[in-house]
Structures are given as structure tokens and as C-alpha cells.
Design a protein around this ligand. Sequence first.
Ligand code: FPP
Length: 233
Amino acid sequence: MENLYRIPEHVAVIMDGNGRWAKRRGLPRVYGHREGAKRVEEIIEVAKEAGIKWLSVFAFSTENWGRPKEEVDAIMSLLVEYINKKVPYLVENDIRLRFMGRIEELPEMIKASVKEGEKATANCSSMNFVVALNYSGKAEIIDAVNRLLKEGKKEISEEEFKNYFYIPQMPDPDLLIRTSGEERISNFMLWQMAYTEFYFTETLWPDFSREEFLKALYEYQSRERRFGKVLSI
Ligand code: FPP
């Protein structure tokens, strides 16, 4: 019975399939990203209603720079537009906006929005909405190691190591959702996903509705998490 009511503390999402969604409609890829951004708004709402404390989304990976310039520019403008537009809603709903990734490498325009968004929501505490931007799991580990080396550390524990991540307070994801039928982790939170439950769906991100999100939650609640231990009978 207990599992039926278990709400994950942290849900991570790889929002995949925007390009294919647009292509199927004979539209440019950017239309898919635009529609995808609308789904992000709905998923934040339903996650908050469900009592999820951390929601993280993979918006732009360090590998995504390899896409055509016009698509990269369109995603960046969409992000700035989205952050600027959403901040009042986030403040009103007590949702803290955070970013993780190599933020310092981003264009000035984005960095300014990121800083403003984080500052405006810094005192919000009902939920955390984390946007992974210019992010890669391997880069996060390397950045942590380089900071350790600079500090002259010779040895470290797993617990201490976590303090060097982009958001040290963030708990490991309990559930990862990936849309569009791809069944890969694609360099998202590699360390943090050691015991995460994975949920894959064929649905493309722009079609991922509130109902689909709830379906993923129900599936999570039906799973038995053992963390490498034996089940007690
Ligand atoms: C994956 O689809 C999607 C992306 C790389 C970009 C995601 C960005 C957004 C939804 C913009 C809004 C984000 C926020 C946080 C508001 P794809 O282009 O890889 O699709 P494909 O696999 O079908 O080509």
C-alpha cells in the first residue's frame, strides 16, 4: 500500500523529440522547441501539485553546440524569453529557479537572464525548478575534480565529493523520464543517477501531457527500490 502514495523527491526529465514533432508536421525544428517550452510550463504545475520538491530538465547539453547555428540561437532566445516571462509566475508560486552547467561559458544575454531569474526566486522554497544548461554529467564531475585539485585535496569521500557539484543541496533523482523512445542517459547527471528509476516513453516531448507525467509517477510508485540491498520478507 505504502508505494501507492510514494512521491519522488526529485524528478529529472530529458525532453526529447521536439525536432521530430516539428518534422512530422512539416514545420521547422524551432516550432517543436517552442511547443516543448509550453509543456515545460504544464509539467512544473503538475509536479508542484503532486508535491515534488525538485524538478530538473535537460534544456541544452554541452554537445548541443554542434547543431546548426540558427537552431542554437533559436533555443537560446527561447530560453531567455521563457525565463523572463516565467519569473513572476515562479515567485508567485514559491518556486525557486536554479541552473546547472557551465553557465559562465554562455552568451552574456543568457547569463544576465539566468542571474536575474535565480536572484528573483532565491527566497522561494516550495519547489526547485532546475534547468540544465550547457550541461554534461562528465563535465560536472571534471569541474568538481578540478576544484578539488585547486584546493589541494588529496583524498575525498563520496559525501564530501557531492559538495563540489553545481547544486550541492540537490538530492539525487528518484525518477528519470525520457521522451521520444530513446533509451539512453546521454550524459545527464551521471553520478547522481546511480540508483535512479528510469521511465521511457515513445511520446514526443511536445505531446507529453500532464496525464503522461502522472502515468510516469504511477509507474514509479509501482517499482520496488532496493538500492543494491536484499528485500526484507
Ligand atoms: C530535444 O529535442 C530538445 C532540446 C535539445 C531542447 C529542449 C529545449 C526546450 C524544450 C526549450 C525550452 C526549455 C525550457 C527549460 C523552457 P530534439 O531537438 O533533440 O528532438 P529530435 O531528437 O526529435 O531531433
